[in-house]
Design a protein around this ligand. Structure first.
Ligand code: 13P
Ligand code: SF4
Length: 299
């Protein structure tokens, strides 16, 4: 009998589809994907693909970004209810009101936001290019939505900017405490700490390296240490162990994003069998969000 992976592969060929998966997805979903990466890398892949169908394994803002960048493609989400909790922490109206409070400020939005919010931003960024994007703005005043931690991190690196922070956060990264990281450092003395910039400032203060999920792989590969403390969601372990053989990775407990775990091989198969779960966005939102998202990928 044909395995589920074989069925996915043959349907992928039939529909000329490409499967993109985020680094936090389940291991078996990552393994069936054509490309696995961080938000920036996957957005670039989505914008460049020749495929007719993009199957996006991750959360809704990622699939929406793919649609914004490549609106002619059919973008499918195997689990259309997989929502990033942080993306719900900002609304388009709130952005308009923030602009009224800070006239002349540019609005930088983390890609972890809804398409409707992106349509109100000047430029989007990811955790991988936030410092370059904020640092490269023409204005001193910056409104940064929705992640207060990523915004504070960018402000710490761009001293000439006045960054007005939002109140949003990632519940998974926000729950990781400095005490947890200190305990990991005691358990693995000398192990470098690599943290995601969505972490709280007191956690980032303990980090030797700060970077996106994709950057964590390069940092770990270059490290001389066999033990590495990774301060982010635990799905990251799969790629790290695959791509950095001989190294051991240690994570804080309980850092699990349930939205990222919703997509299973069954749901990928269902999406390819039925072509259900298509991402549909308002034409006005698509048009207005295009430039901020295009600026994010550097074009
Ligand atoms: P990356 O772009 O670093 O993969 O981050 C996405 C994300 O949602 C982290 O919580
Ligand atoms: Fe959103 Fe946090 Fe999950 Fe990333 S880990 S998708 S920021 S809820």
């Amino acid at each position: 009998m044909e395995s589920i992976v074989d069925r996915i592969r043959s349907l992928k060929e039939k529909h000329n589809a490409v499967i993109l998966a985020h680094n936090y997805c389940l291991a078996e979903v990552q393994d069936v994907a054509d490309h696995v990466g961080d938000s920036l890398g996957l957005s670039i892949k989505a914008s460049e693909t020749d495929a007719d169908v993009i199957v996006f394994c991750g959360v809704t803002f990622m699939a929406e970004s793919a649609k914004i960048l490549n609106p002619g493609k059919k973008v499918l989400m195997p689990e259309p209810e997989a929502l990033c909790a942080m993306a719900a922490m900002c609304s388009p109206d709130q952005i308009d009101r923030a602009r009224e409070c800070h006239p002349g400020a540019e609005v930088v939005g983390y890609v972890n936001s809804t398409a409707a919010c992106k349509a109100r931003m000047d430029v989007c960024c990811t955790s991988s290019n936030v410092v370059e994007i904020v640092g490269g703005l023409g204005t001193k005043d910056v409104i940064f939505v929705p992640d207060k931690n990523l915004g504070a991190y960018s402000a710490s690196k761009c001293a000439d900017k006045d960054v007005h922070l939002w109140t949003g956060f990632c519940p998974i990264h926000q729950c990781i405490t400095a005490e947890q990281v200190r305990r990991l450092k005691e358990a693995y003395p000398g192990a470098p700490v690599v943290a995601h910039p969505e972490c709280r400032p007191d956690v980032l203060a303990l980090a030797d390296h700060i970077g996106s999920t994709e950057k964590m792989i390069g940092i770990s590969n270059r490290s001389d240490s066999e033990d590495i403390i990774i301060v982010t969601e635990v799905g990251m372990k799969h790629r790290l162990e695959k791509e950095c053989p001989g190294k051991r990775f240690h994570f804080p407990e309980y850092a699990v994003c349930s939205a990222m775990k919703m997509t299973t091989l069954d749901s990928v198969l269902h999406a390819l069998e039925t072509l259900d779960g298509e991402v549909v966005l308002d034409k006005d939102v698509l048009d207005r969000a295009y430039l901020p998202v295009k600026r994010m990928i550097g074009e």
